[in-house]
Design a protein around this ligand. Sequence first.
Ligand code: FAD
Length: 249
Amino acid sequence: MPIPPWQTGTVKKIIEETHNTRRFFIQFDDIECFHFRAGQFITLDLPIGDTPSKRWRSYSIASAPTGTNVIELLIVLLEGGAGSTYIFNEIKEGSQFIIRGPLGLFTLPEMIDKDLYLICTGTGVAPFRSMLFEMLNHHKPHQEIFLIYGCRTKKDLLYYEELKSLETKLTGFSYMPTLSREKWEGRTGYVHSIYQEIIESKKSQCSSGQPPSPATFYLCGWKFMIIDARQKILELGFDKKDIRLELYG
Ligand SMILES: Cc1cc2nc3c(=O)[nH]c(=O)nc-3n(C[C@H](O)[C@H](O)[C@H](O)COP(=O)(O)OP(=O)(O)OC[C@H]3O[C@@H](n4cnc5c(N)ncnc54)[C@H](O)[C@@H]3O)c2cc1C
């Protein structure tokens, strides 16, 4: 696939999603429709250095493809982070970004014939939101879908109400948020015990010696969670080819 050209986009709207995370709605200036696949990302060229490695920052597209020229990004402010600090301090409604995309292969298969485990922390939920709304909007046939989402406290939950209500709209979808640093009415702890328990329970329903029910695991976020999850999923009896990764850093 050829690398897409750089384009400009104007920030049309900014929503404070949480105390440290914002939603940016960006409209491409020169095209009617921005074609992409749910799960892909774009790269921003920010004026924060003289080399590409200093200037470029990638962000998953958090909105589903809808045939328009507007996309949504979900960006967390990283303390001391050059790119996110620039975006939070300098980018207002009406600002322009230099953007390249869509990029990446972290996308759904044509035929979703296995259970999907979408496992993420923090803004790693962005590509999954895009995929889930893609499945909903296009009535894509699918098996069970588990969105296992980890963050620290209740005030860090992203798209909480929307994802909770998606359970009533998307058949077979379970939204399973968990908090690692606060007790609440929902699950607590890290993401790992959640998918481990689901799989162990599915295994116990099969006769002994049978492989676990077929599944694809999509892991998105920061490397520590992803490295741990990958190892644990292999230990549960799945294969490397059942695991897809999007590493944020
Ligand atoms: C394909 C892809 C998609 C991405 N999508 C998103 C997205 O949708 N939303 C989003 O907010 N970010 C996303 N990122 C991360 C983003 O590109 C930047 O790395 C992030 O905004 C931090 O940039 P910075 O310049 O502020 O910090 P930097 O100065 O670049 O970061 C310094 C270091 O901190 C690490 N780091 C960065 N952020 C965090 C964090 N939150 N927690 C722990 N360690 C961190 C980095 O790996 C780096 O080593 C994505 C990254 C990739 C590669």
